[in-house]
Ligand binder design. Structure first.
Ligand SMILES: [Zn+2]
Length: 243
């Protein structure tokens, strides 16, 4: 006899397997990120198909076999309709789920990441279009922080001095900021691993990391600062993917 497991989960990724099967990556409330086989799920007649689409939140039931888990039932709870009909939001949700898919280990329950994803998708679903990019960075940096990679944004990661409002550099491998005094002593190779970060971009990241969704409504951000945040985020994410 197989044991049946029940939980809620977000469908993050679907990969076709064989003629009609799919391997589904789901972030669940009780088991973290898991991969489940959807047998014959691509057939029109599949009863699982209507509740197992990308980015749906569904109640799911699965069994654990010797080698893999198999989806046995699914019931959709939330389809995030506003999100699905908006191309800009779809891009953001792909980026969010890519971060979770890339950086979360399998089978590790994490209620805080579950909550961030849950609140994040609801928030994005109802969000005004012009705030989607900064929303993504709110999600991403709080996600890094929950994974244990919260950056140090208040003191230099080399000399530990409190940062004064001057020019800084972000050092992904240290998860923090380097002051100009310390940067002077860096080799050319070390310097190459840093990214210049503006005082305002540091302030924005500090605010985002307060994990308060209300911040997003109040935050006004210039195109230049958004570009700088984008560059730092890309560089830190790239580093985290490689470790
Ligand atoms: Zn320093």
């Amino acid at each position: 006899m197989f044991t049946h497991f029940q939980t809620q989960g977000f469908f993050l990724k679907k990969e076709n397997k064989g003629e009609a099967n799919q391997l589904l990556t789901i972030f669940t409330e009780d088991f973290g990120k898991i991969k489940i086989l959807g047998r014959a799920i691509r057939k029109i007649t599949s009863k699982l198909r209507p509740s197992a689409d990308l980015f749906y939140l569904s109640e799911i039931e699965f069994i654990q076999g010797k080698n893999y888990k198999t989806l046995t039932d699914a019931f959709v709870i939330e389809k995030f309709k506003n999100l699905r009909k908006n191309p800009e939001k779809i891009i953001i949700v792909y980026k969010m789920t890519d971060a979770v898919e890339t950086l979360c280990g399998e089978g590790q329950r994490d209620t805080k990441i579950w909550r961030l994803l849950f609140d994040g998708l609801q928030y994005l679903n109802n969000l005004n279009n012009c705030k989607t990019k900064i929303f993504y960075y709110f999600f991403l940096w709080n996600f890094f922080s929950l994974l244990g990679y919260k950056p140090e944004l208040y003191s230099c990661c080399v000399c530990q001095r409190k940062l004064l409002p001057e020019t800084f550099w972000f050092l992904p491998c240290e998860g923090g900021i380097v002051c100009w005094r310390c940067l002077k002593n860096f080799s050319a190779e070390q310097k190459e691993k840093t990214e210049e970060i503006t005082v305002d971009a540091v302030k924005i990241l500090r605010l985002l990391l307060k994990q308060d969704w209300k911040v997003l409504k109040l935050l006004k951000i210039s195109v230049e600062d958004l570009k700088n945040v984008e560059k730092i985020s890309f560089s830190y994410f790239k580093f985290l993917k490689e470790i």
